[in-house]
Design a protein around this ligand. Structure first.
Ligand code: PEP
Ligand code: CO
Length: 462
């Protein structure tokens, strides 16, 4: 890889989809130029650190938990909202680390997840047709002509919202909130009286006992009070991602400083397209979504384009096949990549292949389909002897009613109660926690070969 970054003009000359159409190019150019002058949101060294952790995932020594909103929105950048998402992710991670006995790499779909690819350019309601909502980075959700106009000023708002969110995330994860001694409080206002809630409390008790033992023995370490947490989003808007790409002063290499990890979506991963061209030049760890129509040749072509030097941790394939497809569609991809000798992280997105519309007009997903896709993912990797490296999910810290099923058996009629997403339906906190227990069980049921932490502990000479 080289320090060369294609210019925005070079990128614009390449095939590209899902980009905003601004009425006034000069106004857009001003916003982009202003972004270029603003400080980076993340540092190159942090991106390298995450890439090293993802190399551990690729090697079968850690599990990736990547989750957050489908689409963040400006009006949900509040302390409570960020705290809620972090709390559910940390609770899930602790369940998977303790019950699943595997180190968990924690990455949010957070602090930058503001742009959405859409399958249709327009939306029609009661005979009125307007541009589709493309995320707060591009236009507004309200169904009015004014809101749906593509507004380049929003790119600066994305920067500010991401900056405020990341600042709070950093404060939370290093400033005591993530301290394992407060593990019970992460769960304080979860919906009570669910089976999941009780299991979490029991597990938290066990962890507390183990920690109390360690501390009594004299172990005192900042790893008990801090966690490493990273930000990720889909690198969709070329203008924004290009403006946030900077040359690292130490290595003289380019990094996209809008987030630690960025991914390329199912709709924008054309091999000759502008997204691949930009992402192949930046050093960040890169996620690549693969849907049910992906071929092994697609996956290999993308891996060769984005990671010609086979840098450990550089590529994470995020597969989103759908519950009914995963057992058939995933094996050829895994076999194709394995046969090339590449070591990549394989991560399951059990959300995007399982979306459907209910009779009463809600875009939803069934918790049971999410579980079924994850089970298929684990079974496929189990059969092939490869490591099921992680999961990528859409969730929220709130008690929303967007996905069907789960411990409270949400039905279609319940969806109207608290359906709040700006885009795809998210698991609520109980469904998320339930899923963490399910994954922990699959990781520890003896079927999957995983790092034996007890053996490693016994053999560790400290
Ligand atoms: C998403 O992750 O929100 C998304 C749009 O996914 P995909 O590109 O896999 O459809
Ligand atoms: Co989504």
């Amino acid at each position: 890889m080289s320090a060369h970054v294609p210019s925005l003009e070079e990128l614009r000359a390449l095939p590209q989809v899902q980009q905003p159409t601004y009425q006034d190019p000069a106004e857009a150019a001003r916003a982009i130029e202003q972004l270029r002058t603003l400080p980076p949101l993340v540092f190159a060294g942090e991106c390298d650190e995450l890439r090293d952790k993802l190399a551990e995932v690729a090697e079968g020594r850690a599990f990736l938990l990547q989750g957050g909103d489908c689409a963040e929105t400006f009006d949900t950048v509040t302390g409570d909202n960020v705290k809620g998402k972090l709390r559910v992710l940390l609770s899930m991670a602790v369940v998977m680390t303790y019950a699943g006995q595997v180190p968990v790499v924690k990455v949010g779909r957070i602090a930058g997840q503001y742009a959405k690819p859409r399958s249709k350019d327009t939306e029609t309601r009661n005979g009125v047709t307007l541009p589709s909502y493309r995320g707060d980075a591009v236009n507004g959700l309200d169904f009015t002509e004014e809101a749906r106009r593509h507004d380049p000023g929003r790119l600066l708002k994305v920067y500010n919202a991401s900056s405020a969110t990341l600042n709070l995330v950093r404060a939370f994860v290093k400033g005591g909130f993530a301290d394992l001694r407060t593990i019970h409080s992460w769960n304080a206002d979860f919906v009570r009286n669910s089976n999941v809630e009780n299991r979490y409390e029991e597990l938290a008790d066990e962890i507390e006992r183990a920690l109390a033992f360690m501390v009594t023995c004299g172990v005192s370490d900042q790893t008990l009070s801090e966690v490493d947490f990273y930000a990720s989003h889909e690198a969709l808007l070329l203008d924004y991602e290009h403006a946030m790409t900077r040359i690292d002063s130490r290595s003289q290499l380019p990094y996209d400083t809008s987030g630690h990890m960025i991914w390329i979506g199912e709709r924008t991963r054309q091999l000759d397209g502008a997204h691949v061209e930009l992402l192949r030049h930046v050093q960040n760890p890169i996620g690549i979504k693969l849907g049910p129509t992906s071929t092994p040749e697609d996956a290999l072509g993308l891996a060769d384009a984005i990671d010609p030097d086979r840098i450990p941790g550089r590529i994470t394939f995020i597969t989103r096949m759908g519950a009914s497809n995963v057992r058939e569609k995933l094996p050829p991809l895994v076999k194709g990549i394995e046969a090339s000798g590449r070591k990549v992280a394989w991560v399951c997105d059990p959300m995007h292949g399982n979306t459907f519309e209910t009779g009463n007009g809600f875009k939803t997903r069934s918790y049971s389909d999410v579980v079924e896709e994850l089970n298929g993912f684990f079974d496929v990797h189990d059969e092939l002897g490869t490591w099921p490296g992680g999961m990528h999910i859409e969730l929220t810290g709130d008690d929303v009613t967007e996905c069907l099923g789960g411990a409270f058996e949400l039905g279609e009629a319940d969806l109207a109660d608290r359906y709040q997403t700006a885009c795809d339906p998210r698991l609520n906190r109980n469904q998320s926690l339930e899923l963490a227990f399910m994954v922990a069980e699959r990781l520890s049921d003896g079927r999957i070969k995983r790092p034996n932490l007890i053996d490693e502990f016994r053999n560790n000479d400290f």
